[in-house]
Every structure is written in structure tokens, then in C-alpha cells.
Design a protein around this ligand. Structure first.
Ligand code: GLA
Length: 727
């Protein structure tokens, strides 16, 4: 609920459990007054203290009042060059070369429903949303800033976006335009970031805020394997179930910056948005720039509830699921089984061994097109390699379908190999600055997707393939970080637009694909989880979580990912052992338990598995299908921290309504004389009796307080699942 006090220019956004407030003061400066557990309201600006702080300048309107400084007051959207020396949200350069932005409140608009952003991903939905737009202006240049707030009350979710409009009469260069600024004047916070690398994504790192700026960012052109555009600020004592925490996610898949500053006054400011590195956007009079959306959830009771609110909102109000209301298929992917070396017979063989196990979708991965026999050639040539697949997809797909599986395909549209027909015809379509040699990544170059002509060509080529057979799934991959970012279609003084235009180009392509083929399930992938962000999820309802398919490493990767993103978005497959990334061997049971807490599939040559393993797979697939709703849509509880060296990792899904739950657990390395342990469950209805694995029944409060005694496990990495149903 949005409450306006127009007399005093106080704007209060209430969600079910939180309150957020800002106020335009007597100088029309928009101050942030409160964000935290829900309170009844009123003007919370009494919390702001005014004091003369040495070296803090005062705005002109304040006259000789020395206790009023932009630097010491909590700003709703921070400026630069006029007295606030902390992290700026906005920086622009008019023709006089100045770098000053001084924003004053102009007006507001209140609307039912949710705003949308042209060309950018955004949360959506008609029900339960309200929108507030607060307009500010720099009086000297007439640069206007519209701050958008979307309030999804039930989910404690507040979205933000920013639109900058040049209402002056000369051109302005925009150097910085963050999506979110959050000034929390009081509190000793920890910052949690989600970091890693290829095959080891989204490991949480937590540290107390220290004085100065601490940040994570990407300058790789993707949101990256290395840092995620999702961060958490929390009370230093916050745990899964206790303490105040603020999660902030950017819906953006390119270069981002998440920076937090703790000042000399121990004020805390979070700024999240497009990375100002190599960013400069020219705005002629009348033109506007829209910064991507950011979304915040504040949880007064720990990380668990924060995550669940993000999960619900992402599932219900961000992704577009072509299978909505139906089950997404359990898939078999051939990549780890064959890599580039396959032909139609091999693919049909894999599908043939998958069908009787209950698998439903066959995904043909990399290597089916052009002269793609290894990773040095073929990208850009989106036509079927007739040597491998004679008769093309028109011949192959019906053979797969006859076995009872639907058919999906892998593409990597953003890339080009130097050894390709496309590169020989259009060498200038790859990013690269004149006179400079190319930098390769995975032996490939990046297409300039800021260009409409390049995108159109690739789209048409892929469309021809998609139209040549009955295809129900596309894996959209992207396998290198961006370098040499220089676009032949932009003048020198606009090269600072190339990175962002690239990301917009990717979004435009994905949007076209989604609209032209509403029945196709698109899985995002960027060398595994290099672009696992809320921006991509708008277009691709699931994302390959990591190229690391080792079940034990996946416990950590999926746990880190779960802080913001739901199970139903995490691509996860059981693969062959010894694992291709770690050399570790764990049982088929363990691999299945871990993969089914994601979108679930297999990535192995099932023809090579033993009969005993086939029986296990069959049971796993049947179990997953039976409990699909619970696993994919249930509320997710981290029962342990996968990053602590503990005796086991455990998590649970609890159905809405709490009539059913699934508890999953994988032990760590075995040790002798293991103490007896009890696992305390979470999220159950204390007053309901649950049958556990079809045997005895216990009340929810007992299972949560007294817990479930764990058996003695034998050997490393043993799995256990408890299925609970209300009796
Ligand atoms: C990336 C993906 C893998 C696979 C290969 C194919 O690494 O993450 O899943 O598709 O590319 O080249």
C-alpha cells in the first residue's frame, strides 16, 4: 500500500511486513527516512539528525545554515559535485563540461499496477501491485530524473527503476545512472556477496562493513561467474531465521556495480546499477535513458524468509513459463556424453536408452551446425551439418519423437568463430577496434549485438532452423567474456554506449524468440552460470546453474544460488562418474537427489549405465514427476549452511499450505565413531501430523523442535530423503 502525505511530501510504501519511506524536505531535497520492519506510518523524518559536521558543504538554499549538508543526510537518489561526497547514483556532463547534479523534487504520480520498461526486463503483473513515480530535476540543466517504485505488497518486494530525461536544450553526456540507492543511516551491517568463477559460481562471502567503499562488479559484459548482481546487507547477528536483512537484485545481465560505502559518520549507502566503467550515453534534448530495474526485499526475520519472498516473486511475477500450469519436461542432454563427436545414430541411441527411464526431452547440445567439430570453428553458421545429421532436423527430430521424447537444441547466437562462413563474409560483425588484434576467448569472438543488422541476420538463421522441425526447447549459451568492445556503427564519442547496447540487443533477441515461439522453453546458459541473474530470468525461465555437475560441489553452488533464485530456475543434471570436472565418484542416488533440487535432467550416455543404475534413474524420475509441484514451487528452507564444513548438507521444500514437505540431505566425508545426530525441520505446520516416508506420523512441532534422528551413514556423501505428508 502506498500512502501519500501530500502536505508534507511524505511517501510511504508499505508491504505486508515492511515499510519504506522518503520525504521531500523544505528545500525539495528528497530524503530517505526509513526502510525496515512495517510500522504504522507518520512522518519518520524525525529520525534524521542535523548537525554541523566539519568539511561538509551546505546547499545554496540553506544559506549559512551549517547543519544541513547533502553529505550527512540520507539521500533517496544520490547526486555529485554539489556537496554529497559519498557514492553517487547520477553523474552527467552538459556541454559546459561540468559534473554536477543537484536534484530537487518536482512532482509524483501514483498508479495501480506495475510499470514496465521498454526493452528491459522487469517484474510484471496486474494484481497486487502499485506504482509510484517521483520526479526530480536538476534546476540548472533541466535534467529530470523519474524514480519508479513498484510495490508488491504480499511479497515484501519493492522494485525500482530510473528514467533520466534531458529537458534542457543542449546535449548532455550521462556517465552514471544507478538503479538503486539505499541510505541506511543507522546500523552495523554485514555485506554478503555471491562470488566465484567458472564451475564454482555464487559462493557467499560475508564481512562486516568497514569504513570506505566495498564493492563487487563485472566489467566482462555479462553479469559474470565472478560476482552476482545480488547482494545482502544484514544485521551482524542475522541468521537464516533471525535478524534484519535487505536483499537487492539488479535485473541486468551486463556490466554492473554493487557498491556499499560506510562513512565517517557510520552511515551506510548501497548503490546498485550499470557499471560506470566504459559507460557514457549521449542524450540530445528530449531524449531519455532508462536504467535497469532493481528489486529489494527486506526481511525482519533472517535470510530464509528473504529468499522465499524473492523465490515467490520470481516464480510468479518475473519469469514467463511456457509450461505454466504444466510440468516442465525431465531432459537428457548429450554434451558430457559426446561433446562434439556424434552423429544422428549416436543421438538416437542416447534417446533410445533415455525413453524407457521416463525422460521426456532430448537436448542436442553443441556441435550440430556448420563445421563445428571442436570449439575453434563454426559459430555463426547456423545451419545443420549434413555430414553428422543427414537430412537435417527434419529427418532427426521425428526419430526422436517416435521414441516418445520431444526435441530441444543448443545455440550460441552471440558468438562467431574466425573459422566460419559468417566471419569470412562479415569480419566486421565481430567486436574489435580498428588496428588492434582480436582477443579470443574459448577461441571465439563476440558478435556486435548492439547492431540491428547483425542481430537480424542471426535471428533469421536460427529461425530457419527452428522452423525446420518440431522444437520445444532452446538452450541459449554464451561462452566468453567481452573484450575489444568497439562497434563499427557507433561514432567515437558514442562508444561508451556499446556495452549497454549489446545487453539491450541480447534482450531484444530473446524477447523476439520468446514472442515468436511462446511454446518453446528457453534455458539460459553462459559457460554454466556466468549470467545467472534476474534480468535473464525474465526471458529464460531456467538457467544452467554451472558447468560443474559434481553433485558435492553442486550442493554449495545451488545453496549460494538459492539466496535469491528459486529451485525452478536452476538448471541441474545428474552426470556420469567419475565426474568430468572433479574426478569424484558419488552414487547415482546422491547425484539424483542433488539434481532434482533444480530443473532436473541427466547429462550422460544412459546406454553405458548399469541395469541397477537404470532402475535408480527410473525411480528418481518417477519420484520427481510425482512431487514436481512440491519440489519446484514449494517454499525452500536451507536447513544447514552448505559452506560450513559440517557432517551433512540438508534442505527442504514445503508445499504452500504446508500439507507436504520433502527433506533432502547429503552427508560429508565419512568418519568413524560419528556422533548421533538429529535434524530439526523447518516450515512445517506445528499443529499438523506428518507421516514420514509413509511410515509413522509425528506432529509438525515435534519434527521442528525435537527433530528427526539421522541414521548412521556408511561411506562418503550418502543421500537421504524424507517425504512428509499430512495425515
Ligand atoms: C558451455 C555450456 C555447456 C555446453 C558447452 C558446449 O560450456 O555451459 O553446458 O553447452 O558450452 O560447448
Amino acid at each position: 500500500m502506498i500512502v501519500l502525505d501530500t502536505q508534507n511530501n511524505v511517501f510511504t510504501l508499505h508491504t505486508k511486513r515492511t515499510t519504506y519511506q522518503m520525504k521531500a524536505d523544505q528545500y525539495r531535497v528528497l530524503l530517505h527516512t526509513y526502510y525496515g520492519p512495517r510500522v504504522s506510518g507518520g512522518d519518520l523524518s524525525y529520525l534524521i539528525q542535523f548537525a554541523d559536521r566539519g568539511a561538509s558543504p551546505n546547499p545554496n538554499e540553506a544559506g549559512h545554515r551549517r547543519d544541513y549538508s547533502l553529505e550527512t543526510l540520507p539521500q533517496e537518489y544520490s547526486t555529485c559535485g554539489v556537496g554529497d561526497f559519498r557514492l553517487p547514483s547520477l553523474e552527467f556532463e552538459p556541454q559546459d563540461g561540468s559534473h554536477m547534479a543537484d536534484l530537487r523534487y518536482v512532482n509524483y504520480q501514483l498508479r495501480p499496477g506495475k510499470y514496465s520498461l521498454e526493452g528491459l526486463p522487469a517484474f510484471w503483473g496486474d494484481q497486487g501491485w502499485e506504482t509510484l513515480v517521483v520526479c526530480l530535476e536538476d534546476p540548472s540543466t533541466h535534467m529530470q530524473v523519474e524514480l519508479y517504485y513498484g510495490v508488491l505488497e504480499e511479497r515484501d518486494l519493492i522494485t525500482r527503476a530510473v528514467r533520466v530525461v534531458n529537458r534542457g536544450n543542449s546535449t548532455v553526456r550521462l556517465h552514471r545512472c544507478a538503479s538503486l540507492c539505499l541510505d541506511l543511516q543507522r546500523g552495523d551491517f554485514d555485506l554478503i556477496t555471491f562470488d566465484g568463477c567458472h564451475a564454482q559460481e555464487r559462493n557467499p562471502h560475508r564481512a562486516p562493513l568497514r569504513h570506505g567503499v566495498q564493492s563487487v562488479e563485472s566489467v566482462r559484459g555479462t553479469s559474470s561467474h565472478h560476482h552476482n548482481p545480488f547482494v545482502v546487507l544484514c544485521d551482524q547477528g542475522a541468521t537464516e531465521d533471525y535478524g534484519l536483512c535487505y536483499g537487492a537484485a539488479l535485473l541486468y545481465s551486463g556490466n554492473f556495480l554493487a557498491a556499499v560505502e560506510r562513512t565517517h559518520l557510520e552511515h551506510n549507502r548501497l548503490v546498485l546499477g550499470i557499471n560506470p566503467y566504459h559507460f557514457c550515453w549521449t542524450l540530445s534534448p528530449g531524449e531519455a535513458f532508462t536504467a535497469p530495474e532493481a528489486a529489494m526485499v527486506c526481511s525482519p526475520s533472517g535470510f530464509g524468509e528473504m529468499s522465499r519472498q524473492f523465490h515467490r516473486a520470481i516464480r510468479e511475477n518475473l519469469i514467463h513459463d511456457p509450461c505454466q500450469g504444466k510440468r516442465r519436461p525431465v531432459l537428457i542432454n548429450n554434451w558430457e556424453a559426446t561433446e562434439f563427436t556424434f552423429d544422428a545414430e549416436k543421438l538416437v541411441d542416447i534417446a533410445r536408452s533415455a525413453a524407457p527411464l521416463g525422460l521426456e526431452l532430448f537436448v542436442m547440445d553443441d556441435g550440430w551446425f556448420g563445421q563445428r567439430d571442436n570449439d575453434k570453428s563454426g559459430l555463426g553458421d547456423w545451419f545443420v551439418n549434413q555430414d553428422k545429421l543427414p537430412g537435417g532436423l527434419g529427418a532427426l527430430v521425428p526419430r526422436i519423437q517416435e521414441l516418445g521424447l520431444s526435441f530441444g537444441i543448443w545455440v550460441e547466437p552471440e558468438m562467431i568463430s574466425e573459422d566460419s562462413q559468417l566471419y569470412r563474409e562479415h569480419p566486421d560483425w565481430a567486436f574489435g577496434a580498428p588496428g588492434r588484434p582480436h582477443t579470443r576467448g574459448r577461441s571465439q569472438l563476440t558478435l556486435d549485438f548492439s547492431r540491428q543488422d547483425v542481430r537480424d541476420h542471426i535471428y533469421e538463421a536460427i529461425k530457419t532452423v527452428l522452423d525446420s522441425a518440431d522444437i520445444t526447447y532452446v538452450k541459449w549459451d554464451m561462452n566468453r567474456s567481452l573484450t575489444d568492445v568497439w562497434s563499427a556503427q557507433l561514432p567515437a564519442d558514442r562508444q561508451g554506449e556499446a556495452f549497454h547496447r549489446y545487453t539491450l540487443g541480447v534482450y531484444e533477441m530473446l524477447d523476439r524468440l520468446r514472442r515468436d515461439y511462446p511454446h518453446i522453453l528457453i534455458e539460459g546458459c553462459t559457460g554454466g552460470g556466468g549470467r545467472f541473474d534476474a534480468g535473464m530470468l525474465y526471458y529464460t525461465p531456467q538457467i544452467w546453474c554451472s558447468d560443474n555437475t559434481d553433485a558435492i560441489d553442486r550442493l554449495r553452488i545451488q545453496c549460494g544460488t538459492s539466496f535469491c533464485y528459486p529451485v525452478s530456475t536452476m538448471g541441474a543434471h545428474a552426470s556420469a562418474v567419475p565426474n568430468a570436472q572433479t574426478g569424484r565418484s558419488v552414487s547415482m542416488e546422491t547425484r539424483g537427489v542433488v539434481a532434482m533440487s533444480g530443473t532436473f535432467g541427466y547429462e550422460m550416455d544412459l546406454g553405458e549405465t548399469t541395469q541397477a543404475e537404470k532402475e535408480i534413474i527410473k525411480e528418481q524420475v518417477a519420484f520427481f514427476k510425482e512431487h514436481y509441484e512440491l519440489i519446484q514451487q514449494g517454499d525452500y528452507y536451507r536447513l544447514t549452511d552448505a559452506f560450513q564444513e559440517g557432517p551433512y548438507t540438508a534442505w527442504a521444500q514445503v508445499a504452500p499450505g504446508r500439507r507436504e514437505a520433502l527433506v533432502s540431505l547429503v552427508t560429508g566425508p565419512a568418519r568413524s565413531a560419528e556422533p548421533l545426530r538429529t535434524l530439526r525441520l523447518k516450515g512445517l505446520d506445528p499443529d499438523v501430523c506428518y507421516q514420514v516416508n509413509g511410515e509413522g506420523a509425528w506432529p509438525g512441532d515435534v519434527l521442528m523442535q525435537a527433530g528427526w534422528p539421522l541414521p548412521m551413514f556408511w561411506n562418503d556423501y550418502q543421500p537421504m530423503q524424507l517425504y512428509l505428508s499430512a495425515v
